[in-house]
Design a protein around this ligand. Sequence first.
Ligand SMILES: CSC[C@H]1O[C@H](OP(=O)(O)O)[C@H](O)[C@@H]1O
Length: 353
Amino acid sequence: MKSNHTPETLAFQDGKLSLIDQTKLPGELTTLVCETVDQAHDAIYRLVVRGAPAIGIAAAYGVCLARNANSSPSRQAYLQAADHLATSRPTAVNLFWALDRMKDVIEATKDDTQLPTALLNEAIAIHDEDRQMCKAMGRHGATLLNDCHAVLTHCNAGGLATSMWGTALAPIYHLHEQGHSIEVFADETRPLLQGARLTAWELAQAGVPVTVLTDSMAGSLLRSGKIGAVIVGADRVAANGDAANKIGTYPLAVLAKYHDVPFYVVAPSSTFDLKLASGDLIPIEQRPREEVSCPHGVTIVPEAADVLNPAFDVTPAELIAAIVTEKGIIENPNSASVHAMIGGPSQPTSYVG
Ligand SMILES: CSC[C@H]1O[C@H](OP(=O)(O)O)[C@H](O)[C@@H]1O
């Protein structure tokens, strides 16, 4: 895929981490620069950078920022940086997968003076591997959509959620580049509107036809017969194929099943947590009340009312037609097919936040 399909979501240069500030899109394309571990932690928590793979890459570079506090930080300082970054958000396993890799490098690097270079090289490797994984998911996912001219997606699982190109949107970019006519219907995705603000923005930038709908419209759109497939990302996939993704994904899967529309999840192997037997064990982030009750500073819920704001829900494997990974496609995901594709001793430590 052409490199200009989506902007580089993040970059690390001269000891600083630069992030597209996704809280400002679509109105402003601005960059937020992090020079400290705390600033990186805050950027992940506030969703300046978000999306499971992008969070992992940002956290890996975030560990490297410990050097700005002390030109020769001890291994303990780097380990403390990794532990602090692990508290930023609990659901996307890529965060912990990336931090585990950074901790492994600290463990393996016996000479403290080599730590800054070894850690930066690992963060760069994580970043580069993600680019390749996104491209591979684009190729594999496109084979499922060859006869499809309209898909429905939820939240943002595009270039802004990864290094570039995305997970769920990577097949769309791949097909678009091949001249295949495909349009995307994007759920706005309340409460933080990643679909309206981010998915619509990046698809429009790439010249892919996109239509935003409110989340409540998805059922009638699926009933209309216009949608050939639902395709979404994931934040953590359990060993049996259950997938955690942005809140509102599970009801979309139920609707897709009812209307006999294939429901696809696209996720790299770095998003699988084989230590969790099922999606019931995936920690679901609970976010602040204000994101629902007072969007953009406008109070829409009376103080006396309580508010629910889980950031994710879990879609059971039996509602998922296939999980597209960089290694290939897991049809009808279950414990056996997931292990066959993803299994192997070097799996991320499971984190139940
Ligand atoms: C390619 S992972 C994208 C995934 O992450 C999003 O959550 P958030 O915006 O809160 O980081 C959403 O679940 C997307 O599907």
